[in-house]
Unconditional design. Structure first.
Length: 155
């Protein structure tokens, strides 16, 4: 079983079992927190989702600051990314960090979010019902990252 993660607040976790032909996707668990009720990752829910018995390898999108993004939003994104990496490490799941340019290039994924949903539907047609809406691009990307791990990396 391979875990693929799009680590953003609108991201997702995808558990792909190539042998069994199954794919399970969970939206990134979030809660409202703070004075302004900002959305943050729910650490406890994230920890419950990432079960060491369920995954023998994890592929996490390697992210960084992007030009034009504000410091506050990038800090929040970094916290989410760090939480995912920490929970995976705490469960002793071997992790590979994959830059988006790498997995998108290898899988022929267009840069647009809509392109990710379309390409995921081409590569994983039996599961295209898991990302029916534009807002589900994180699900499609997590599935593609897991697929990348299954096809292009030795697990």
């Amino acid at each position: 079983m391979i875990l693929g993660v799009d680590p953003g607040l609108n991201g997702a976790l995808a558990f792909l079992d190539v042998t069994a032909g199954s794919l399970t996707i969970h939206d990134m668990p979030t809660i409202e927190a703070g004075v302004r009720s900002k959305r943050v990752v729910d650490e406890a829910a994230l920890a419950r989702l990432i079960d060491p018995a369920a995954a023998n390898a994890a592929f996490i999108e390697k992210v960084g600051a992007m030009p034009g993004n504000g410091a506050v939003s990038m800090f929040g994104f970094g916290v989410s990314y760090g939480l995912v990496r920490g929970v995976v490490a705490a469960n002793f799941i071997p992790v590979t960090l994959v830059p988006p340019q790498t997995w998108k290039s290898k899988l022929g994924v267009p840069a647009s979010k809509e392109g990710a949903r379309a390409r995921a539907s081409q590569l994983l047609p039996a599961f295209s019902n898991l990302w029916p809406l534009a807002k589900h691009d994180g699900r499609a990307e997590a599935a593609l990252i897991a697929y990348y791990g299954a096809v292009h990396a030795s697990c």
